[in-house]
Design a protein around this ligand. Structure first.
Ligand SMILES: C[S@@+](CC[C@H](N)C(=O)[O-])C[C@H]1O[C@@H](n2cnc3c(N)ncnc32)[C@H](O)[C@@H]1O
Length: 283
């Protein structure tokens, strides 16, 4: 899922996930107030060198560069070469508050020496990793951040995901049926604060933010939510669910029909995200 929304073949990048930069830009624009609130709570300081690990198309670049200011530096990395290409285009086309570099890199094998950064920001990436890979990535973040620096993870937390009017039990049956699949990655964030402490990080905190949208949806909100519903219905139709549940999911596929849920005056969409921050012990 991308900030909650799982793999979809028509959105796949070379990362193999629903991580297409246009989709990510829509998601960012649809959730911008909550997303920026979450990044601001991390504690990134002026003059810092920050790694945006799994940067996608660079949605957070603007705010990250403002937070570090002209004395700072941003390094944006992603597994998908096409997303890094988008970031490089952005660097060419826009003025950022500080120097920005971009390159491909896997979070489980970062191509940087020890103590290279003051902070790592890693948003909506751990959902694509196995439990073991998450630990490898967190240890990589510990390695590349200097003593006293910080690691900040933002991840979708689908314990509060809902849209409707649509039966919550149907959504949860889909999640539970897929618990060993991609759903695991968007239900894992509540465990990360304890993981950070086990890894020896200090000053650990975890905060969850709910983003809710109602009618009338802004065009970008509608476009983003339309993609989510399309994905969730096609994904759920592949799962071992009852015919009754599948009928409800199937009805969501016809996103442009006048009677579609998106046109219901009581339509709502709700997603939540957790930010987990920890500080490396100062030597
Ligand atoms: C949902 S997008 C989030 C992008 C961006 N951080 C944001 O929040 O808008 C997930 C990104 O993680 C990247 N990704 C997935 N697995 C990765 C890995 N092992 N190492 C680095 N990036 C990865 C994908 O290519 C994609 O760009």
């Amino acid at each position: 899922m991308s900030d909650g929304n799982p793999t979809d073949t028509h959105k796949a990048t070379s990362g193999g996930n629903m991580t297409d930069a246009n989709y990510l830009d829509d998601h960012y624009a649809a959730m911008q107030p909550e997303y920026e609130y979450m990044l601001r709570m991390v504690g990134i300081e002026q003059g810092w060198k920050v790694l945006d690990a799994g940067c996608g198309g660079g949605s957070y670049m603007q705010l990250l560069t403002e937070l570090v200011g002209e004395a700072g530096c941003l390094v944006a990395t992603d597994l998908a070469a096409e997303n890094v290409e988008r970031v490089l285009q952005r660097i060419e086309q826009a003025e950022f508050a500080c120097e920005v570099e971009a390159r491909t890199a896997n979070v489980i094998e970062l191509p940087f020496p020890d103590d290279s950064f003051d902070a790592v920001w890693c948003a909506a990436v751990t959902q694509y990793l196995s439990d073991d890979e998450v630990l490898v990535a967190f240890n990589e973040f510990k390695r590349v951040v200097r003593p006293g620096g910080i690691i900040a993870i933002k991840e979708g937390d689908f314990t509060s995901f809902h849209f409707g009017p649509f039966p919550s039990a149907v959504i949860w049956r889909s999640f539970i049926t897929d618990m060993r699949g991609m759903t695991r990655g968007v239900l894992r964030a509540p465990e990360f604060a304890a993981t950070f402490r086990r890894l020896g990080l200090d000053s650990v905190f975890s905060r969850t933010t709910l983003a809710e949208r109602h009618q009338p949806l802004r065009p970008v909100e509608r476009r983003f939510i339309r993609e989510v519903l399309l994905f969730m219905s096609s994904h759920s139709l592949q799962l071992d669910l009852t015919d009754e549940d599948k009928d409800l999911w199937r009805a969501l596929r016809d996103v442009d029909a006048p009677q579609h849920l998106l046109n219901n005056q009581d339509f709502f969409y709700r997603e939540s995200h957790t930010v987990i921050v920890g500080r490396l012990p100062a030597i």
